[in-house]
Design a protein around this ligand. Sequence first.
Ligand SMILES: *Cc1c(COP(=O)(O)O)cnc(C)c1O
Length: 341
Amino acid sequence: MEKKNIDWSNLGFGYIKTDKRYVSNFKEGKWDEGAIIDDDMIVMSECAGVLQYAQTVFEGMKAYTTEDGHIVTFRPDLNADRMETSAKRLEMPVFPKEKFLDAIDQVVAANAAYVPPFGTGASLYIRPYMFGINPVIGVKPADDYQFRVFTTPVGPYFKGGVKPLTIKVSDFDRAAPCGTGNIKAGLNYAMSLHAIVTAHKEGYDENMYLDPKTRTKVEETGGANFLFVTKDNKVVTPKSDSILPSITRRSLIQVAQEYLGLEAEEREITLEEVKDMAECGLCGTAAVISPVGKIVDHGTEICLPSGMTQMGPITQKLYDTLTGIQMGRIKAPEGWIRVIK
Ligand SMILES: *Cc1c(COP(=O)(O)O)cnc(C)c1O
């Protein structure tokens, strides 16, 4: 298969239309067969449920070329599970797990020419999503839905080298108590836009959101979970019902315990104790971990000892081990890597 003529190593994180996408429709209570199609445009009613009441959920994952030349995905079963949770919370039908995994395999295989070669640092970003498509004017769930998956090649996250982030403790909330913070839904991103645009204007890279009830505990940023390393080398991540359960974060906890022999724990983390942490990073599919150098709480600066030029030593080990597993350099735990071709 001939690869597309793309400058892989200089790609950013933007949408580039690829040749194929997957679509399946839910009508009269059931999903159709599903198919790979060429058309990237969606035509729907002006009154579609997704347009009026934001009934839509999504997932994000990547396909990579491993060292030995296979195209693989990383724990796609967890994306299927999470999308099921998201769909149920928004009263949407579940796209069955086996069909989900098959759809991802099909769409990646159909776009194999866009999967960046090994060694470029680039990958093929995969975006499964589902939305209410029939007219809905009285507030209620749609009857008909469309499930789609498109892909887009994305560049190496740390293109110009690693640059630790500066984060602002936000005055906005990301999620309500008992709200939708734990699901991957477009609505959580719509309401975060003003907060992130404001933070960027003030010179920050990201927002740290606190727990919506007491505003004393660390939750997450707009699109990534926090991971901290304590001064006695323990890996800790915030536990909360209103954060999105990151697959990267859950994998890193396991890597810390099983590959690096570190203690790792998901627990409540107060803003108060952040000043005592040795390292901090943000975890998600996009970067695996991006290091945090500084957290600013209303004028009070918390400078992480790892500094503003590099990852902390444990963060670096976690990053190297998980990316090694994804790229096939390090043996993966059972079931983590799905070979597509
Ligand atoms: C997608 C997402 C993450 C990261 O999850 P991964 O499964 O690791 O990619 C973290 N926080 C939010 C709010 C997200 O939407």
